[in-house]
Design a protein around this ligand. Structure first.
Ligand code: FPP
Ligand code: MG
Length: 293
């Protein structure tokens, strides 16, 4: 319905939502499953590559919106391990598009103004040489930045990421570089992507476009182990608008507010539930402590 409303109403609504979103807590880490590029293309009688190209333009917009709002980490699912089963033609064109985007990002002055660091996360050894070169280059060019982090999941699978971490830790254990009793959650986190020990923070909000309500092996450790909000929406990725993005952040903020309200109510119920005996004891012990000061 909103598609047919006049642009001035859309702009006004977007401004209102932006104000609302900016007045509450901004998620630190947003992760996006950008789904629906081919269905979008098919609907317009076009090839898959057309949908991916339109989708990449939206990704650039989302980077801009994320920086504007002060999000610190944006992780996008560009190519999963399952996507290797697609036709050679589609894969070649998609890899070429992603390579082009990495090169553009490396050269774009906004990357430097934003102090944006780029990381590719995934089994990049499986990618064509040209794409690996572009990844190496954009990671190097942005390695000194830390204000905004763009993590591109490519040749990525969540379970495979965990298996790879376990293998690394087992290797260290075998060589006596680590003790079994010292292995904890931080040890696992630091062996996940990106390589080099700079673990991704927990995901606060996960977004999926294209109508499916699944998280498809995306960041299972970083998103499922904590209270991450999720936002599933119907538009195909190339149709994703700023108001959709802002709405997803409102969902995250509502979850945070609900959790805080719940914690306050629990505390209030706890004090209400305290009996006369406990209250006398508290009063008595504070008096005794007071005497000792
Ligand atoms: C999922 O839609 C989309 C992809 C597999 C590719 C996403 C990649 C980009 C948008 C490129 C962005 C990259 C950078 C670095 C800016 P789908 O192909 O599964 O479509 P369907 O669900 O309709 O079949
Ligand atoms: Mg899909």
């Amino acid at each position: 319905m909103l598609k047919h409303i006049p642009p001035w109403i859309y702009k006004g609504y977007e401004r209102l939502l932006t104000q609302e979103v900016k007045s509450a807590r901004i998620p630190r880490h947003v992760a996006i499953i950008m789904d629906g590029n081919r269905r979008y293309a098919r609907r317009l009688g076009q090839m898959a590559a057309f949908g991916h190209m339109k989708g990449a333009n939206v990704t650039e917009k989302v980077i801009e919106w994320s920086c504007e709002l002060g999000i610190e980490h944006l992780t996008i699912y560009a190519f999963s391990t399952e996507n290797f089963s697609r036709s050679d033609e589609e894969k070649d064109r998609l890899f070429e598009l992603i390579r082009l985007k990495f090169d553009e990002i490396g050269e774009d002055e906004r990357t430097h103004e934003r102090r944006m660091r780029v990381h590719a996360i995934g089994d990049t050894d499986k990618l064509p040489e040209m794409l690996r070169e572009s990844i190496k280059n954009v990671e190097l060019v942005t390695s000194g930045y830390d204000r905004f982090n763009l993590n591109v999941a490519i040749a990525y699978g969540g379970r495979q990421e965990i298996v790879q971490a376990v293998k690394e830790i087992a290797g260290m254990l075998q060589k006596g570089e680590i003790e079994l009793s010292n292995i904890n959650e931080d040890t696992i986190s630091s062996h996940l992507y990106p390589a080099g020990g700079s673990a991704l923070p927990d995901v606060d909000l996960i977004i999926r476009t294209g109508g499916d309500e699944r998280v498809s092996n995306f960041l299972p450790w970083q998103a499922n182990g904590n209270e991450c909000a999720s936002y599933f929406c119907a538009p195909f990725w190339p149709e994703f608008r700023k108001i959709d993005f802002l709405r997803s952040i409102r969902v995250y903020q509502t979850r945070v507010e609900e959790r805080e309200q719940h914690a306050t109510m629990r505390a209030a119920h706890f004090f209400k539930a305290l009996g006369k005996a406990e209250l006398t004891e508290i009063r008595h012990s504070t008096k005794i402590e007071g005497l000792h000061q």
